[in-house]
Design a protein around this ligand. Structure first.
Ligand code: FAD
Length: 383
């Protein structure tokens, strides 16, 4: 019985096959250079281009728009599979799919031809989603980047921070205030790399996910055409937040993928490493650690599968996505920490994969809404 069958959820064949395909792609194309890229911080351009050509950068795009039309369940399983092999490649894929989902939902026919169809065919590589700013993260409504109407379209000014995949992205979805539409109005704009006045800032020197090309963006009176506005003027924050909820299920999936890999490493190490004349796996403490980790991981899986299944049933979820993300990211932190502890001193050495997983895992509790923000969403739903 596979791990998926043990969950007791009916998994459609197409989702199962997509997961198998991603596991193979991850093992053959991503895992081999992951440690080296982690050390050098090199962006995985070759792997991202290959994934983009497979349609993986905008997976939920319908077939009539040249996408693979993957279900939410298939998407979550694909992300979990990829995360096992390289969490940096995985997070660039998640950020791109967040932007891709917005394009698929909001574009007019003309915008589909300009942005969505090339994105679905992989011509832009990975897309970037640019909401956060130096002064506005959890409090996204407080962004300061501004879009002003011009005779030909829009002029954008401001700074974005922490933008995943930005070092290599060709198309960015940028959120900006539109003062002409009211004090609280925010719009979503498609901005192509190379547009005059748009420059890449510092590439962040992060503790983990070191090859995901996270960067600052500067917009200095960037002139963009009228058709760059995606969705209604003033509806940008609603557009962003309604796409972020499903994307939290993807971060749950990424957290589970990292933790599953850590679990495998810890289990194998416990079988092999000898202490006091027996394998670590012979100590009751080790067996209980593995049993608890397996149980917590299955709990997180079930919440992720529930959230993805509800999305596929057309249920607009908020709290369920937050529960999945909260449970999976917190479980990921605990499991990776416990598996590193099983490695003893070796777990603290860069030669061992568990050390990278420990650093990669930490941010799962921070981005796409911190654990505190998820608890707030869940509490609001309860009360
Ligand atoms: C590696 C990485 C990649 C990222 N990629 C992207 C990306 O591609 N696009 C993008 O737009 N953004 C991205 N982000 C930004 C990310 O979404 C934010 O960092 C996150 O939302 C938290 O915002 P902040 O860092 O400003 O923290 P703050 O909002 O300043 O929060 C600081 C602390 O205060 C707590 N806090 C804040 N408000 C409350 C509250 N109301 N109640 C209780 N506690 C609260 C938080 O939980 C946190 O512990 C990325 C971040 C990282 C680190």
């Amino acid at each position: 019985m596979t791990q998926l069958d043990r969950m007791g959820f009916p998994i459609p064949d197409d989702a199962r096959e997509l997961r198998e395909m991603m596991l193979r792609f991850g093992a053959e194309e991503c895992a081999p250079g992951a440690a080296e890229r982690d050390r050098t911080h090199a962006f995985p351009a070759k792997q991202i281009d290959a994934l983009a050509r497979l349609g993986a950068m905008a997976m939920k795009t319908p077939e009539e728009d040249f996408g693979p039309g993957v279900s939410n369940l298939g998407y979550a399983l694909a992300i979990e599979a990829l995360a096992r092999h390289d969490a940096s490649i995985c997070v660039v894929t998640v950020a791109s799919n967040l932007a891709g989902a917005i394009l698929a939902q909001q574009c007019t026919s003309e915008q589909k031809r300009r942005y969505l169809h090339p994105a679905a065919k992989g011509e832009f590589g990975a897309l970037s989603f640019a909401l956060t700013e130096p002064g506005a993260g959890s409090d996204a409504a407080n962004i300061k980047t501004t879009a002003r109407r011009t005779a030909a379209g829009w002029s954008l000014t401001g700074t974005k921070q922490w933008i995943t995949g930005a070092s290599n992205a060709k198309l960015f979805l940028v959120f900006a205030r539109i003062p002409d539409e009211g004090d609280r109005a925010i719009g979503c704009f498609a901005v192509e790399a190379g547009t005059p006045g748009f420059s890449l800032g510092r590439i962040e020197d992060k503790m983990g996910l070191t090859s995901s090309g996270t960067a600052m963006l500067h917009f200095d009176g960037v002139e963009i055409p009228e058709h760059a506005l995606i969705g209604a003027p003033g509806a940008g924050l609603k557009v962003a937040l309604s796409a972020i909820a499903p994307s939290r299920v993807a971060i749950a999936a990424e957290s589970i993928g990292i933790a599953e890999r850590a679990f495998e490493l810890g289990r194998d190490y416990a079988r092999e490493r000898q202490a006091f004349g027996q394998p670590l796996a012979g100590f009751q403490n080790t067996r209980f650690i593995l049993a608890d980790a397996r149980t917590q991981l299955d709990q997180a899986w079930l919440l992720m599968l529930r959230a993805a299944t509800m999305l596929d049933q057309g249920v607009p979820i908020r709290a369920e996505a937050s529960m999945a993300k909260l449970a999976a990211s917190e479980t990921c932190g605990r499991v990776v920490d416990a598996m590193l502890q099983l490695h003893g001193g070796n777990g603290y050495a860069r030669d061992y994969e568990i050390e990278r997983l420990y650093r990669d895992a930490r941010v799962m509790r921070i981005f796409e809404g911190t654990s505190e923000v998820q608890r707030d969403v869940i509490a609001r739903d309860i009360l």
